[in-house]
Design a protein around this ligand. Structure first.
Ligand code: 5AD
Length: 387
């Protein structure tokens, strides 16, 4: 099968009107009729918790602002039933931006010679955890590029140290693809959760976004390995990545239904100036929000963050994400001198309420909006597999 070209494929979705409008939704004259028609898919989703690929595609393509608002009300109710009004905070530590991979969309891809590379020491990571703990965080997310320096034994030792220092905290790893035995070793050392986005569930689309050395099957195998090892597993995808169609998104939703992850992170694709996708349009906040609502109804017990990428394309992204059914935020715990270098896409938010230094303000804003911010690990309500 020929690999689709970004330029052609990007023009198919979202349609130009979708990205140019503030709300990212196609306000066609017949929108009300379509909206009413599609409401039955939302109801079906609510009762049956799934849709066919054709139904998902129709729902995504035909969505209207009014339909989105009604979806969000149902999604909030589903979230509140599963988790109440709790919003869980995770401290994000971006420990290295060295990466052996070359994902075409990513600012820290290995062939970006302009990236200023850094790697934190284990002592620096531990200091971040201590700081985060003092700020009331009870989950630490260790995220990084696939950096060969962080070999299996180094990660095992780091996880052990954090586990020893913070026995009451959850340790989440977001460190890419590893063999089954490495995942098992991290788990034995004390890691509880692992984040690994599938990025796109469609093989042809995956090949458009990644070099041939990367395999969508291997990625999916990793996800199922993690689940069998008893991790709480997070997956997800980018919204509006080059060449993405509504049908691709339908496949993403179907794949997530099959995986049944504990956590789902999605965010808009945002171009990075030093990648081949520099001139591609960003994914829309509105479509991202719509999909958060869909995910909440499909997998009501999943933990769903309002991501940094969403907040980077929409100043209200955080609160709009929560209003669409999300229930997790990930304040940035990375030391300020490194934060700007973990540069995945243009305009990535690193300051303001995104940073752990403003966590008190973030809590206040959440509480004023009627949410609670528990001092707790915030484990997933989805059952963990018995290893
Ligand atoms: N735009 C949006 N998200 C991106 N990611 C990487 N590059 C970009 C980009 N240009 C996301 C990927 C990855 C996560 C850590 O960041 O989905 O899994």
């Amino acid at each position: 099968m020929p690999t689709p070209q970004p330029a052609d494929a990007a023009s198919t979705f979202p349609p130009p009107a979708v990205v140019e409008q503030r709300d990212g939704l196609d306000r066609a004259p017949h929108e009300t009729a379509r909206g009413v028609d599609l409401w039955r898919f939302v109801k079906k989703l609510q009762t049956g918790r799934t849709l066919s690929e054709d139904e998902w595609t129709a729902l995504i393509e035909g969505r209207t602002p009014d339909l989105a608002d009604r979806l969000f009300a149902q999604a909030r109710a589903a979230r509140d039933e599963a988790y109440g009004r709790a919003v869980y905070l995770r401290g994000l530590i971006e420990l290295t931006n060295f990466c052996k991979n070359d994902c075409l969309y990513c600012g820290i891809r290995k062939s970006n010679r302009q990236a200023r590379r850094y790697r934190m020491s284990v002592d620096e990571v531990l200091a971040c955890c201590t700081q985060g703990y003092a700020q009331g965080l009870r989950t630490f997310v260790l995220q990084g590029g696939e950096d060969p320096w962080f070999a299996q034994d180094k990660i095992v030792a780091m996880v052990r140290s954090i586990r020893r220092q913070h026995p009451d905290c959850a340790i989440t790893l977001s460190l890419g693809e590893w063999p089954h035995d490495a995942y098992a070793a991290f788990r034995a050392a004390g890691a509880d959760r692992f984040l690994l986005r599938h990025e796109t569930a469609d093989d042809g689309h995956y090949a458009m976004l990644h070099p041939t050395s990367m395999s969508p099957d291997r990625r999916k195998t990793c996800l199922f390995d993690l689940r069998r090892l008893g991790y709480q597993v997070g997956s997800g995808f980018m919204v509006g990545s080059p060449g993405q169609t509504a049908r691709h998104l339908a496949r993403d939703l179907a794949f997530l239904k099959e995986l049944n992850p504990h956590m789902i992170g999605i965010g808009p694709f945002v171009p990075h100036r030093h990648t081949a996708f520099r001139d591609e349009p960003a994914g829309s906040a509105d479509l991202t929000l719509f999909l958060i609502g869909c995910l909440r109804l499909m997998l009501p017990r999943a933990l769903i963050p309002a991501t940094t990428a969403l907040n980077s394309v929409d100043a209200q992204g955080r609160m709009r994400g929560l209003a669409a059914g999300a229930n997790v935020l990930m304040p940035n715990l990375t030391p300020p001198q490194y934060r700007g270098s973990y540069d995945l896409y243009n305009g990535k938010a690193t300051s303001g309420l995104e940073g752990v230094e403003n966590i008190a303000r973030l809590r206040r804003q959440l509480e004023e909006a009627g949410y609670q911010v528990p001092l707790a690990r915030g484990d997933s309500a989805v059952a963990v597999e018995r290893a």
